[in-house]
Design a protein around this ligand. Structure first.
Ligand code: COA
Length: 576
């Protein structure tokens, strides 16, 4: 049986509770047995501007943001004005006539008056709970029992007191009743799968859970949008597992504290965003030079400078790979979805520990604030990765912390645990760790540090799981990275359905060191390569051009919101 989708976009003013409305709705709909992809975007101000929440629910897969919506719920006029053209021709506008003035852009699309403010005032005495009236209306549209929504009110507003809780429950019930009387015909006949072993998380929460699963001991942090929720989550939860999360005065101190803890044998992770990564850059070199394992999750946002702090962009890739003075080896990874944020965090910590270098895991605002229901992860048999430490009984005499080995990896003694010399300095040093600036030594030690990347390339990258789809007959291929995975995969399905043409798709998770062998193999039969990216300059395409001397067709988007499958479908189809 074909799967069903229902896409609802709710827009209103920041401060009106659009995000709470979307979050309560999302939780209730997942509880009701549907799969969701829920995206939000809002301005950098605490109040005012346009806040938007889009909930896509499906009885199949809900992989990406949709451009066209079945229902636009306009809580204020700006939301109507901004999104009216995204309503499908057979879609519906739900609007409050007290605040929205319709115009001819609505065309012949169906419209239903939804007096949110009047209902809220009647039931609660003020318009504050109008967002919860909207929750009630939309629960009805999803065919989700009203109790699933009212049960969540205490979780969301309990800290504000019983009176507010009760008023909001009343508002949801009133909205539900209104919809039952006026909108019953917009419900979809979903196939539901309740009682699943699933959790509903955002990308940021998945990263934080991944850090706990990876047995991270120490999380130094400095708040920065959109990475702050990772730190907040770990401040709350990590101590329950014996770890510590500590706020420092800025990102430079954060990473320095992280290197100190790593030097002392702790597993360390921190989360930041572009401007924070800039501040960390010199300290990152220290981690490379001293060969201290550390994982930095960089949640990308629109830049440069303060830029678009609450919007998405894939624009820190070049900085992550090349943003270094001197030549300091590091591994750059990117998570491609919400579930993947969990697993790639574990993997990033594992690589950092095993190869004794900094790993930067790139996510972005779109992943950070998108929620999806994911299977409860099963950690059975998952390798967490141990650091190479000296064998018991290793003699002090002649011990070389930075011994040149075939793999580039040398045993790292932990102060206070191993009774061995543990000299560590940002100066160029010899195998014992003592400063040494001779040309031969600099070359030897640079080669030793970079040899770890070669080893990583051989051992990990070649077997690394890349998400791939490579039909034999494909002449056109797409290479993507990071959060664009869902939209690319869905757009290629749409192309196949529409034209019968199958387009190959490769989506590496380890971006540097590059899996050259696999990419060459993928490029082999292709006539055209397309590289879509959410940035202005085509950063990954440049990287591929430099490595392989190819000329991909680049599709760029730097709007602060993610690609939709429909946009990519149109852009890729044109190239076919
Ligand atoms: N009854 C009572 N309280 C309600 C309510 C209701 N029916 N509906 C919402 N609220 C409360 C929420 O609990 C929240 O309260 P809090 O501020 O005490 O947490 C508040 O109203 C805002 O509602 P919420 O749904 O969380 O958000 P919103 O849709 O109104 O949008 C944001 C507000 C998210 C845009 C804004 O708070 C924000 O975070 N802006 C971005 C800030 C930022 O990161 N800037 C970057 C700096 S570099």
């Amino acid at each position: 049986m074909a799967t069903q989708d229902l896409v609802v976009r709710i827009g209103g003013e920041g401060g009106e509770g659009i995000i709470s409305c979307g979050e309560i709705l999302s939780k209730a709909v997942v509880r009701g047995g549907l799969n969701i992809h829920a995206f939000r975007t809002f301005p950098a101000e605490m109040r005012g501007g346009l806040a938007m929440f889009q909930l896509r629910a499906s009885d199949g897969e809900a992989r990406s943001l949709k451009q066209s919506v079945d229902i636009l719920c306009a809580v204020n006029h700006i939301a109507y004005h901004t999104y009216v053209q995204n309503i499908k021709s057979d879609g519906v506008l739900l609007y409050d006539p007290a605040v929205v003035n319709l115009d001819d852009r609505l065309g012949s699309r169906r419209r239903i008056e939804m007096p949110l403010e009047a209902i809220s005032t009647e039931v609660t005495g003020s318009t504050r709970a109008k967002n919860m009236v909207a929750v009630g209306v939309l629960l009805n549209a999803f065919g989700t029992p009203v109790e699933y929504g009212t049960e969540l009110i205490r979780e969301f507003f309990g800290r504000k007191g019983d009176e507010i809780v009760n008023k909001n429950i009343g508002a949801i019930q009133a909205g539900y009743k209104f919809a039952a009387a006026n909108l019953h015909d917009i419900q979809k006949p979903f196939q539901r799968q309740p009682d699943r072993d699933q959790i509903l998380v955002t990308g940021n929460e998945a990263v934080a859970l991944g850090a706990i699963a990876a047995k991270v001991d120490f999380v130094p942090g400095y708040p920065i949008t959109p990475a702050t929720p990772v730190f907040e989550f770990l401040c709350r939860e990590l101590p329950k597992y014996g770890g510590h999360a500590v706020q420092f005065e800025d990102e430079i101190a954060t990473l320095a504290a992280g290197i100190g803890a790593s030097f002392a044998g702790k597993r360390v992770l921190t989360a930041t965003s572009g401007p924070g990564l800039s501040l960390m850059s010199e300290t990152l070199n220290l981690a490379s030079m001293t060969e201290c394992p550390i994982t930095i999750v960089n949640v990308m946002r629109g830049g440069p400078s303060t830029g678009l702090p609450t919007k998405t962009e894939q624009s820190d890739l070049k900085f992550a790979i090349y943003g270094t003075s001197g030549e300091s080896p590091r591994c750059i990874m990117a998570a491609l979805g919400i579930y993947d944020c969990f697993w790639q965090t574990i993997r990033a910590v594992r690589i950092a520990e095993k190869y004794q270098l900094p790993v930067i895991l790139l996510t972005d605002q779109a992943l950070a604030y998108t929620s999806q229901n994911i299977p409860t992860p099963d950690l059975t048999g998952v390798e967490l990765g141990e650091r190479l430490v000296p064998q018991p009984g290793t003699p002090r005499e002649g011990f070389r912390r930075y011994e040149v080995t075939d793999t580039g990896i040398s045993a790292m003694p932990i102060p206070g645990i191993h009774d061995l010399p543990y000299m560590s300095t940002g100066l160029e040093h010899n195998e014992t760790g003592a400063p040494n600036y001779t040309p031969a030594n600099h070359e030897l030690m640079t080669d030793k540090r970079f040899r770890k990347l070669k080893t990583l390339g051989r051992r990990v990258v070649q077997q690394a799981k890349v998400e791939e789809f490579e039909p034999e007959e494909a002449e056109v291929g797409v290479i993507g990275w990071g959060s664009t995975y869902g939209a690319i995969a869905e757009s290629l399905d749409m192309i196949e359905e529409d034209t019968g043409l199958r387009v190959a798709h490769l989506h590496p998770r380890i971006l540097s060191p590059l899996n050259e062998w696999r990419i060459r193999q993928f490029l082999g039969p292709l006539r055209k390569l397309i590289v879509p990216e959410e940035n202005y300059t085509g950063q990954y395409a440049h990287f591929l051009k430099a490595k392989f001397g190819i000329k991909p067709i680049e599709i760029h988007k730097a709007h602060g919101v993610p690609f939709t499958a429909e946009e990519l479908y149109a852009a890729i189809k044109e190239e076919l």
